[in-house]
Write a protein that binds this ligand. Structure first.
Ligand SMILES: CC(C)(COP(=O)(O)OP(=O)(O)OC[C@H]1O[C@@H](n2cnc3c(N)ncnc32)[C@H](O)[C@@H]1OP(=O)(O)O)[C@@H](O)C(=O)NCCC(=O)NCCS
Length: 176
C-alpha cells in the first residue's frame, strides 16, 4: 500500500508493506485435533461469554475433554479448516451431508469473513449429497450469523447438560 502525506511542504511517501496472509481451506486430519480443541475451548470462553453465564460456559467448553467425540467427528464427518500461515483460524463440520455439527472461528479472527467462507464450502459439500435441507443446533452467539446466511429458527431448545441448562436453536436452510 502506498500513501503520500505533506509535512512542512515536504512530500513524504509512506510505503506500507503488508504480508500476504491468505486463507487456505483444507480437510482436517487427526493431527489437527489438539489445535482445533484449543480453538473450540478459547472461542467458547471468550466469544460466547456475553450470551451464556459462567456455569454454562464451563459446561459447554468442557466438551473439549470428550476425546471419543472429537475422534468420531474427525473420522466420520466432513471437517473443513480455515488456516492462515500454519494457524487454524476456524473450522466447520458436516455430518451425513446435511447437518452442521461443530462450527467455530478463532477468538482473534472474528468478523473477518472466515465463517462466511467455511459455511459456503459446507453448503457446496451438502449439495454433493443432493441434500435439500441443511440443519444445525445453533448457539445464541452464532444465531445472527446463521440468520444472515439464510437459516431460519425452527425451535428454541433448552438442553440440560451436567445439570446446567443451555439454550440453543434448531435452525435450517433450504438448499434448493
Ligand atoms: C458465529 C461465528 C462462527 C461467526 O464467525 P465470523 O468469522 O466472525 O463471521 P463472519 O465474519 O463470516 O460474519 C459474516 C457476517 O455474519 C454476520 N455476523 C457474524 N457474527 C455476528 C454477530 N455476532 N452479530 C451479528 N451479526 C453477525 C455479519 O453480518 C457478518 O458480516 P460483517 O462482519 O460484515 O457485518 C463466530 O462468532 C463464533 O465462532 N462464535 C462462537 C462459536 C459458536 O457459537 N459456534 C456455534 C456453535 S453452535
Amino acid at each position: 500500500m502506498q500513501k503520500t502525506i505533506l509535512i512542512n511542504s515536504i512530500r513524504i511517501r509512506i510505503i506500507k508493506f503488508t504480508t500476504n496472509m491468505s486463507t487456505i481451506f483444507r480437510v482436517a486430519t487427526n493431527s489437527d485435533l489438539p489445535e482445533m480443541q484449543k480453538l473450540y475451548f478459547e472461542t467458547i470462553q471468550e466469544v460466547c461469554k456475553n450470551d451464556y453465564n459462567k456455569e454454562q460456559i464451563q459446561v459447554w467448553s468442557s466438551g473439549v475433554e470428550n476425546t471419543e467425540r472429537w475422534l468420531d467427528v474427525i473420522n466420520t464427518q466432513f471437517v473443513l479448516l480455515a488456516q492462515i500461515e500454519n494457524q487454524i483460524t476456524g473450522f466447520g463440520t458436516l455430518k451425513d451431508g446435511n447437518y452442521i455439527d461443530l462450527f467455530y472461528v478463532h477468538k482473534d479472527f472474528q468478523r473477518q469473513g472466515i465463517a462466511d467462507k467455511i459455511l459456503d464450502k459446507l453448503e457446496i459439500e451438502a449439495a454433493k449429497y443432493h441434500s435439500q435441507v441443511i440443519t444445525a443446533d445453533i448457539s445464541i452467539t452464532a444465531k445472527p450469523f446463521f440468520e444472515k446466511k439464510g437459516f431460519i429458527v425452527k425451535a428454541e431448545q433448552r438442553n440440560i447438560r451436567l445439570n446446567v441448562e443451555l439454550i440453543n436453536y434448531k435452525m435450517e436452510k433450504k438448499l434448493f
